[in-house]
Design a protein around this ligand. Structure first.
Ligand code: SF4
Length: 291
């Protein structure tokens, strides 16, 4: 990517805010230098949903690098059969034909899964509706539920810095969405990740958003988003999905860590930055970005 004049300085500043340095220098591959060469895996595609093109996962010809030992045994599980249940009900078929306005109304009053019971409001997403980039997280948290905006609070602030490091101010050439549109609440009243069934129930909305947005690249933030987009074994680790350019239909998908995870594990920010660099390459290869 060729930054605008002065862009390197801005990027450096945001990278420093992310705790990342030195500034990234594009390489031909993102394979780590300090680990033995690894075994490549194929990640299974999700079962098709009626009326929607099935996501396709492509295996790049380069090997996957093992960033951490814990991810290695999980990679074997990646070849297991997908177990996500994708609803192909009448509602899903209707959602696949909705306009933006219809989608907003449908999500606001949706009762397709139990998450409708505890929401203050559904959070469909926000941003440029003709974006180059789509970022998908897991679901609204307490603050998002209150404000009706995706990615607010500390994780949202970190995501903003990640976007700015890519020279993408929030809402400009990017759209932010989640795998589920209503806040998952645990028995303790705290935020929790959505279940497989909740993600599956909400998936037609995400599919319709993608069909309307037609982004050049999708960044899946965390495992819930990755599984919702790509299918696969819920036991798989994010580490096993990173460093591949997957496919949702014809759209490249890059998987990285959720900003909330990065707040807990700041040492993984550098890995996430490498993932964003891979996404930049995928975006560039779409022809929508001069390199
Ligand atoms: S999370 Fe999705 S499927 Fe569940 S009630 Fe909310 S909008 Fe409907």
């Amino acid at each position: 990517m060729t930054p605008a004049a002065g862009g390197l300085t801005r990027r450096t500043r945001f990278l420093q805010a992310l705790g990342i340095g030195p500034v990234w220098v594009q390489r031909d591959t993102v394979v780590s230098d300090d680990v033995p060469l690894p075994v490549a895996i194929a990640v299974p595609a999700a079962p098709p949903v009626a009326g929607v093109a099935a996501p396709v996962v492509s295996k790049q010809d380069k090997a996957v690098s093992a960033w951490d030992d814990a991810s290695v045994p999980v990679r074997a599980a990646a070849a297991a059969a997908p177990i996500l249940v994708m609803p192909a009900d009448e509602g899903a078929v209707a959602i696949a034909r909705m306009s933006w306005q219809e989608l907003e109304l449908a999500v606001a009053s949706c009762t397709r899964c139990p998450l409708c019971r505890n929401r203050k409001q559904a959070v469909l997403g926000a941003g440029d509706q003709k974006p180059g980039w789509l970022f998908v997280g897991e679901g609204p948290g307490h603050v998002e539920d209150q404000q009706g905006e995706p990615f607010v609070g500390p994780a949202g602030k970190l995501l903003d810095n990640m976007l700015l490091a890519l020279e993408l101010p929030r809402g400009e050439n990017n759209y932010l969405a989640n795998a589920v549109k209503c806040r998952p609440v645990g028995a303790d009243g705290k935020d929790r990740p959505p279940s497989v069934d909740e993600s599956a129930a909400c998936r037609p909305y995400l599919e319709r958003q993608i069909a309307l947005l037609q982004p050049a690249v999708i960044v899946a933030l965390g495992k819930v988003a990755a599984l919702s987009l790509l299918g696969g074994d819920p036991k798989i680790a994010v580490a096993a999905l990173r460093e591949h350019t997957h496919r949702y239909g014809s759209i490249p998908v890059v998987v990285t860590y959720h900003p909330a995870y990065l707040l807990r594990k700041p040492l993984d920010k550098a890995k996430s930055w490498r993932d964003l660099c891979l996404a930049t390459q995928a975006y560039a290869s779409d022809g929508k970005l001069a390199v």
